[in-house]
Design a binder for this molecule. Structure first.
Ligand code: ADP
Ligand code: MG
Length: 226
């Protein structure tokens, strides 16, 4: 199995109290799957995605990605692992406002230690994939919401990660733009065999997915493969 999650728990401290957010999640994901994660607000979807991506440590439980025990890595090991294997897409695009589209994408390669001469070339390639080469010199404020999200997707995939974790990637977009972005994600999933886990509120998104998971109150309530 490509990704294995076993008995995953996450508590947050609120004052003196521990609040239980993830309450024993078990999940298997195969390489190349596209998984939709649905559930009411507050059910723990973002927390689960962040723990899965090594951004937030679990309280207990296991996460195995290939043969890597994410849940037992040090912060340094996690950092390297994320750079090499994972890409993140957020609802708020988190672009740097003073940098152009190309520079925002290239920045991810700086962090990954890619040499300066090839960063620009690779960033342009990634912007080509998302259909934005003609906007590469624009700053985020000069781009529409859909275009900004395309830049953030280019940034997530510029290093060709095996796994992309997306938290409501179309949450701020109109329905036509959302459908375009989802078509693009689906194409990447098919062409590059990248594995996607996508938190979404949009039931339309599920038609692209191999697995649809409903979370409720920190647990997986149902899991349907399609
Ligand atoms: P969802 O993405 O499904 O809306 P979240 O995972 O964002 O849910 O949040 C689940 C619950 O965890 C919420 O009640 C939220 O307030 C709480 N929570 C999330 N992050 C933290 C944190 N860093 N500290 C304390 N509580 C948190
Ligand atoms: Mg959320």
């Amino acid at each position: 199995m490509f990704i294995q999650v076993r008995e995953l728990y996450k508590d947050f401290k609120l004052g003196k109290e521990d609040i239980h957010i993830l309450k024993g999640i078990n999940l298997d994901i195969e390489q190349g799957e596209m998984v939709a994660l649905l559930g009411p607000s507050g059910s723990g979807k973002s927390t689960f995605l962040n723990v899965l991506g090594g951004l937030v440590p679990p309280t207990s439980g296991e996460i195995l990605i290939r043969d890597y025990q994410i849940s037992e890595m040090t912060e340094n090991e996690l950092c390297l692992f994320r750079r090499e294997h994972l890409g993140f897409i957020f609802q708020s695009y988190n672009l740097i406002s003073t940098m152009t589209a190309m520079e925002n994408v290239a920045l991810a390669l700086t962090f990954a230690g890619v040499k300066k001469e090839i960063r620009k070339e690779r960033a342009i390639e990634a912007l080509e994939v998302v259909g934005l080469v003609d906007r590469m010199g624009h700053k985020p404020s000069e781009l529409s919401g859909g275009q900004q999200q395309r830049v953030s997707i280019a940034r997530a995939l510029v290093n060709h990660p095996e796994i992309i974790l997306a938290d409501e990637p179309t949450g701020n977009l109109d329905s036509k733009t959302s459908a375009d972005i989802m078509e693009m994600i689906y194409r990447l999933n098919r062409e590059e065999n990248q594995t996607f886990v996508i938190v979404t509120h949009d039931p339309d998104t599920t038609k692209y997915c191999t697995k649809v998971i409903h979370m409720q109150d920190g647990l997986i309530e149902s899991e349907v493969s399609q």
